[in-house]
Design a protein around this ligand. Sequence first.
Ligand code: ADP
Ligand code: MG
Ligand code: MG
Length: 251
Amino acid sequence: MLKIKNLHVSIDGKEILKGLNLEIGAGELHAIMGPNGSGKSTLGYVMAGREGYEITEGSIEFDGKDLADMEPEERAAAGLFLAFQYPVEIPGVNNAYFLRSALNAQKKARGEEEVDSMTFLKTVRESLKQLKMDDTLLKRAVNEGFSGGEKKRNEIVQMAILQPKLAVLDETDSGLDIDALKLVAEGINRLRDPERSFMVITHYQRLLEHLTPDHVHVLSNGRIIESGGKELAERLEKEGYEHLKTEAAEA
Ligand code: ADP
Ligand code: MG
Ligand code: MG
């Protein structure tokens, strides 16, 4: 599903990712952990095609296509979904309209028929209910005045509506209380499917307790310095990152 080879990314001429390699197969959930400033969000942004993030070397292949050749809209249409650490507010655009437009834009790009409003509302209400979110959030402007937890849960609603092939979730767990964290984890687990992959970027092990990642990677200073199973996340929780960084430096 995703093949990242020797990826180097610079922002304003400063190299942030320094030779990152990562492969995610269909149906797999990979967790990316790592200290602050290691380049986790940069990886998300470069996959989204955000301006200013320059790939100076290496490649990102998504579902057999070179991501660098695709416009951000084409990436979404191809089934890539990204939830960012700081979800944007879009004043004046109501949430239901936004969700439906995003879904229909994706359908149009794929040559599929648009969803009618009844079907759409039924799906989105179901999803809101599962995440214990109020229906009134549909009528409000996207993320405007949403609490931190509501914004994060709203991202999961978007993901459930768009049914991506690969979802990249950047710190979707940050700032959530235990109940909201469980709802978000359940929302992700409901979408797990042999055809769908996840890259879950997180600082803490607590989200992973509910998700059971297939692989855990540690990103430090622009590179993956360690990969393992679920037990790696548990070890990091106990030992912190410093220990690993020292080991990597010595190697
Ligand atoms: P993480 O998500 O792992 O905390 P980031 O990807 O946000 O790390 O940041 C990695 C590094 O890139 C940091 O040193 C940060 O200061 C730097 N960085 C991020 N965005 C920019 C930017 N727009 N301009 C310059 N440096 C940036
Ligand atoms: Mg950070
Ligand atoms: Mg970050």
